[in-house]
Every structure is written in C-alpha cells, then in structure tokens.
Design a protein around this ligand. Structure first.
Ligand code: HEC
Length: 190
C-alpha cells in the first residue's frame, strides 16, 4: 500500500474506533475543556470527543486515564455491590454465586491497594490476610447456610471497622450496611 493510502486507512480505523458507539443528538454547543483541569489547555488540538487520542503525548494520555480511574472510591462502589450480591447469594443458598462475587471482591480490594498504596496495610492486615476473606470463602465452599450467615456478619463488621481505621467511619451509615444487617431466619426448606 502507498503511504497515503495507509495513512487514510489508519485515520479511518481510528475514527471508527472513536465513534463506533451510540450517539445522542448533539446540542451544537462549542466544545471546551472544563476550567477545573488547567493541564488540558496545553493540548495542541482543540477539545473534541477524542479526549485521549487528541492528547499531546502518551504521558498526558496516561495522566488522563489515571484521573478518570479515580482512587479507592470506584472499586469500593463495586465492592459494595458485590458484597450485597453475596448477601443475596447466601439468602438463596446459592454458594456458587457467592464465590463468584467473593473472588471478584478480593480483586477489587487489590486494585484499591494498587491505586492508593497507603490503604494496602489495612486492606491486607484487616481483610485479605487476616483470615476474614478466607473464612468467608471456606464457609461458602462448605455449603453450610449457618456458617455462611455467621461469616457474613464478621465480614460486615470488618468492612465497617476498616472505614473507622481509615478515618471514614461516617461511611458506615451507607444504606448497604443497613440492608445487610441481618438475615431472614433460615428454614431448612429454603
Ligand atoms: C482499607 C480498608 C477498607 C476495607 C476493608 C473496606 N473499605 Fe470500603 N472504603 C474504604 C475507603 C478508604 C473508602 C473511601 C474511598 C475514597 O477515599 O474515595 C471506602 C468507601 C466505601 C464505600 C463508599 C463508596 C462510594 O464512594 O460510593 C462503600 C459503599 C464501601 N466502602 C463498602 C465497603 C464494603 C461493603 C466493604 C467490605 C466488603 C468495605 N468497604 C471494606 C476502605 C475500606
């Protein structure tokens, strides 16, 4: 292929990657960078939906990704969801679903430590390596509804203890902890 054809092909591929997704009707408002992010003004290209591809260099691209991927809050949001689905799994005696969420929850805890290394000590010391994570997993494997229910309560307490240890005790009023406070009484026929 001639260089010009290659260039056009690459451009088309890049454009289709950037726009191969649903689009709502544009307002016609002029694109502009948010004033809060001064760094963006250094970009040579004008603001566009290609917020990564149009950055001046890869360092800036990675910096933008790092900003967007946030810190502990995004994994914790997901951890809250998976923790509650674990509660549902235990309620329904669906230990396979429980293990599914419990293993992913461990991965998200490790993501948190990668992004915010000052949290790793409590993530590992209180949760992943203290026996809490393993005991919950063993309880799920045992398929014993009583064991799962009792381990879940320990997990709940440790989640909240870590928030206190990280000076975020106010988060323990999050609705997820209220919803998972207790289990419906377990009947053998459940
Ligand atoms: C390191 C100890 C630690 C452990 C263990 C921990 N958390 Fe967190 N959690 C945090 C920190 C730190 C934040 C605040 C994140 C931030 O600074 O943005 C948080 C935030 C949260 C939030 C609020 C997220 C948001 O912004 O919407 C929820 C919900 C949450 N955690 C649930 C849980 C649950 C459920 C567990 C147990 C399965 C758990 N956490 C275990 C440290 C921990």
């Amino acid at each position: 292929m001639k260089p010009r054809i290659i260039a056009v092909a690459v451009l088309c591929a890049a454009t289709s990657i950037a726009f191969a997704q649903s689009m709502v009707k544009p307002t016609g408002n002029a694109p502009q960078f948010p004033k809060a992010y001064k760094e963006l003004a250094k970009q040579t290209k004008p603001p566009s939906n290609n917020w990564l591809l149009d950055a001046n260099d890869d360092t800036e691209r990675f910096r933008r990704l790092q900003v967007v991927m946030g810190g502990t809050d995004i994994p914790m949001w997901e951890i809250g969801y998976r923790y509650e689905e674990l509660y549902v799994a235990i309620q329904k005696n669906n230990w396979e679903m429980g293990i599914y969420h419990w293993d992913k929850l461990r991965d998200r805890m490790n993501f948190s430590g990668m992004k915010r290394p000052a949290r790793t000590q409590n993530i590992e010391g209180m949760f992943l390596e203290s026996g809490v994570w393993q005991s919950m997993r063993d309880a799920l494997k045992s398929k014993s509804p009583e064991r799962m229910r009792s381990e879940f309560q320990t997990v709940r307490e440790v989640c909240m203890a870590c928030h206190v240890a990280e000076n975020l005790g106010f988060l323990n009023d999050s609705s997820v902890f209220k919803r998972t406070e207790s289990f419906k009484e377990h009947k053998k026929s459940d």
